[in-house]
Ligand binder design. Structure first.
Ligand code: AHR
Length: 617
């Protein structure tokens, strides 16, 4: 394997090359990275179009002691449903009767941590209420983990109640109980429980954020995916309904992935998430098109205005109409929003072309600095409309994705740039729940992306997260698997760590001469950390044979220092191997020193492996 490390053949890789795609799918947000522990906090699930329901809330007591219903009586105009609880018993059971919420398949409550409870309560009589965190385990009695009580003589108007619950034990399957022993009627609305130690106090689950930070993402595409479109337009993501006070947000039913979200993780929080990750935000907005409906271009003007408002919200001054709303939410400085995508996978749908042009012209005029992304893949033929970038989505089996490493070799270098905004091996027989094989094919594909990064500006894996507790995963595989308290990366997650230093690095050409070259893929970069420079040579061996190679670096500007050099390998004894909660480190990169490192060195690549040589310069 020959690397041309000369100054003349270097090329700078775009600083934005590798990033993340966050979609509200698989409970990635609600019940995932957004650390609201109560599910259906406003009793609104179901939304305004089908009768509201209280799931997964349930009653404590029985039908002779308590009667619960939902009513349109809330003090919040945009989410009018509240819960009415009528206590029928004079001598209620020990501990009282009431309601409980198990969160997203059990709350993770940890000893020594404080949980902030906020709820709205109303009753014509003085109330006596206890809020408790209780541990619920099959065939065990409920155990109290924390409690606080309120006795309020006047809650005849809706009253905001705030309590802090300090847990004295750990339990991964806990619930929030709200109980009373006093006969009467109490209304509840907007019940929220969050740990007091979310990431930077911004509401994000810390350990999951750290997994994202470890990938050094340069951009964050959000909030979907099909989630942006909805099956019906009324169920699409509407940014204006997701901003402002959390209590006022109506929430919505995502009818593509079939679950309710309270939209605590809204447009503002996505922009905040990008900022916290040090990633450039990429806002994918609905183009007036859902999976089964479309707005005729003659009627698209209100949608265009809505998108311009979203851009003012993100980037306008704190004095502007929408920028002032952002400032009130605690972010007076504008967010650096530089990319928008007009729709998701809508290219061939009726009205896309017409709607696209309306959005494009309005955004270009009002925000000439914003880069506009089209849904129409121009990698093999020219687009019919102007764009700065176009989306490419690729889901396939492993051998096809491996071959697709040369997909962009012949793509036109004129015109818009490529954004591979979704890629993954998804064929079940290859990918399983996230296999080594899938990650190797993806690594080869990304090596092709690096090689073509004069035209490919961005690439991100999809989907990012799955909550393992949800009944029936919506999409398999995913990069990160979690439950209420554990998480692990699939091999596809770990594969991405090999590319985290590529964005902004120097690309150098490589040439492989081997009888196995059809099953090899390789690239070379020079990258710098704070103190050192490295020549990194990455090689995927996508075949069943061990491969011996001589690696030669030609025209290096300096010599290789074996002492600071190392090699990192991702492999396993079986390509079908996966990670799991029981064995989260079954397939992970292993790093060791490289005493034989030099301008010329021998390397042995394991069958079905991904190897990265970092030669210290
Ligand atoms: O990544 C999962 C889905 O795949 C996305 O929502 C959609 O854009 C694509 O079809």
């Amino acid at each position: 394997l020959d690397v041309d490390a000369s100054w003349w053949f270097r090329r700078e890789i775009p600083k934005t090359l590798f990033g993340l795609f966050f979609e509200e799918i698989n409970h990635a947000g609600a019940g995932g990275i957004w650390e609201e522990l109560v599910s259906n906090r406003g009793f609104e699930a179901g939304g305004p179009y089908i009768p509201s329901n209280i799931d997964p809330w349930n009653i404590i007591g029985d039908e002779s002691s308590i009667y619960v219903t939902t009513e349109p009586i809330s003090c919040f105009a945009r989410n009018i449903v509240a819960l009415r609880m009528e206590v029928l018993c004079d001598k209620c059971r020990t501990g009282g009767v009431g309601i409980y919420n198990p969160g997203f398949w059990g709350m993770n409550i940890e000893e020594g941590k404080t949980y902030n409870l906020v709820m709205y309560v109303r009753s014509l009589e003085p109330v006596e209420l206890t809020a408790s965190l209780t541990c619920s385990r099959p065939s065990h009695a409920l155990e109290n983990l924390a409690s606080a009580s309120i006795q309020d003589n006047n809650v005849s108007n809706w009253t905001r109640v705030e309590l802090q619950l300090l847990a004295h034990e750990t339990c991964r399957t806990s619930r929030l109980d709200l109980t009373t022993s006093k006969r009467g009627v109490i209304w509840f609305d907007q019940v929220s429980l969050m740990p007091s130690d979310t990431y930077k106090g911004h509401g994000f689950r810390k350990e999951l954020i750290h997994m994202l930070l470890d990938l050094k993402p340069r951009f964050l595409r959000f909030p979907g995916g099909c989630f942006v479109e909805g099956d019906r337009l009324r169920n699409a993501f509407r940014w204006k309904e997701t901003i402002g006070q959390w209590e006022e947000r109506p929430g919505h039913y995502g009818d593509i992935w079939n679950y309710w979200t309270d939209d605590g993780l809204g447009y503002f929080e996505f922009l905040q998430l990008a900022e916290d990750l040090g990633a450039a935000p990429i806002w994918v907005f609905n183009a007036g098109i859902s999976h089964s409906e479309g707005v005729d271009t003659t009627s698209i003007a209100p949608f265009v205005k809505d998108v311009l408002d979203s851009l003012e919200f993100a980037t306008g001054s704190a004095e502007s109409t929408w920028g002032s709303v952002r400032a009130e939410m605690g972010h007076p400085e504008p967010f650096p929003l530089k990319y928008v995508a007009i729709g998701n996978e809508d290219c061939y749908k009726e009205f896309y072309e017409g709607n696209y042009l309306k959005f494009y012209k309005a955004i270009r005029k009002a925000y000439p600095g914003i880069q506009i992304i089209s849904n129409c893949d121009g990698s093999s033929r020219p687009l019919h409309h102007p764009a700065d970038l176009y989306d490419v989505h690729i889901y396939s089996n492993a051998s096809y994705l491996f071959k697709m490493k040369s997909m962009f070799d012949r793509t036109s270098r004129k015109g818009p740039k490529v954004f591979v905004s979704e890629y993954a091996v998804t064929e079940p027989k290859d990918a399983g729940n996230g296999s080594l094989l899938a990650s190797l094919a993806e690594a080869a594909f990304l090596i092709g992306v690096e090689k073509n990064s004069d035209i490919v500006q961005m690439a991100c894996y999809a989907p990012l997260f799955v909550n393992n507790n949800q009944p029936g995963w919506k999409w398999i595989p995913d990069a990160i698997v979690f439950n209420s308290w554990q998480r692990y990366g699939t091999p596809s997650y770990w594969m991405q760590t090999f590319f985290r230093e590529s964005s902004g690095a120097e690309f150098h050409p490589v040439k492989i001469t081997s009888r196995y070259s059809n099953s090899l893929a390789a690239s070379a970069i020079i990258w710098r950390d704070t103190d050192n420079s490295f020549l990194r040579v990455k090689i995927v061996n996508f075949g069943p044979h061990a491969v011996n190679l001589t690696i030669r670096a030609h025209q290096l500007r300096t010599t290789v220092d074996a002492r600071g050099s190392r090699v990192t390998v991702l492999t396993s004894s079986d390509v079908k191997h996966e990670n799991s909660f029981r064995n989260p480190r079954n397939v992970v990169p292993v790093t060791r020193g490289l005493p034989n490192a030099g301008e010329e060195m021998q390397a042995l690549l394991a069958p079905y492996s991904f190897t990265s040589f970092d030669l210290a310069l």
